[in-house]
Design a protein around this ligand. Structure first.
Ligand code: SF4
Length: 210
């Protein structure tokens, strides 16, 4: 008999196939070429939502493959999820699944996905939230924070945690070196506060699974 987890994993695999086959933004003229990425395990009870894959993630097919990913994994470990458990316990995803290309001339880093791209990709994310029903969601970067919590300067939200719809939502800055936000020691202090809040949630709500 197929168990609940097996059935969830099968549904997740089906969803990943749909993501990988998606060319909606290309058809709508929003992307020159769509290269979606998808993956992750149904056992995860923590979800990380970023903005969009970078060029390294597009090539590897895995979210957070760039240098920012190393710092993110370090944050997760300090937040109570050791490296060796992250594959199984943390589901990495983002608002959109295709590399949006570089920032327009004069800008640094990657282009932010447009509201139209985010809207087209939203059903995939909604379905992931529904299937995995994570206890804790880490919102990485301003776009993900705005989409699920609030539009506010990072300084006002990093270090806070909110409960909504039966789950905890923890805002974090993007860990890539593109933004200079993390260079300020007082901002790094806010990240420490966020990781302490994360440890509390992991210990309180997820202990049985760790
Ligand atoms: S960003 Fe999302 S909706 Fe757009 S083509 Fe890629 S997978 Fe499809």
């Amino acid at each position: 008999m197929i168990g609940e987890l097996d059935s969830r994993q099968a549904e997740l695999r089906e969803l990943h196939s749909q993501v990988l086959a998606c060319r909606a933004c290309e058809r709508a003229g929003l992307l020159w070429e769509a290269h979606p990425i998808a993956g992750g395990c149904a056992t995860a009870r923590v979800m990380v939502i970023g903005q969009a894959p970078g060029v390294r993630s597009m090539r590897s097919g895995r979210h957070f493959s760039g240098p920012g990913g190393r710092l993110l994994r370090e944050w997760l470990a300090r937040g109570g999820i050791p490296l060796e458990r992250q594959e199984r316990e943390v589901y990495l995803t983002s608002l959109t699944r295709c590399y949006p290309g570089p920032a327009p001339r004069g800008g640094s880093g990657d282009r932010k996905p447009s509201p139209a791209e985010v809207a087209l990709c939203a059903p995939f994310l909604e379905r992931e939230l529904e299937l995995l029903d994570p206890r804790l969601v880490l919102l990485v970067g301003s776009m993900a924070i705005e989409r699920f919590l609030t539009r506010a300067p990072l300084r006002n939200v990093i270090g806070t945690i909110r409960e909504r719809n039966g789950r905890q939502w923890l805002p974090l800055p993007h860990p890539s070196g593109v933004s200079r936000w993390l260079n300020d020691p007082s901002n790094r202090e806010l990240v420490e506060r966020a990781l302490a809040a994360m440890r509390e949630v992991v210990e309180r709500e997820l202990r049985s699974g760790y």
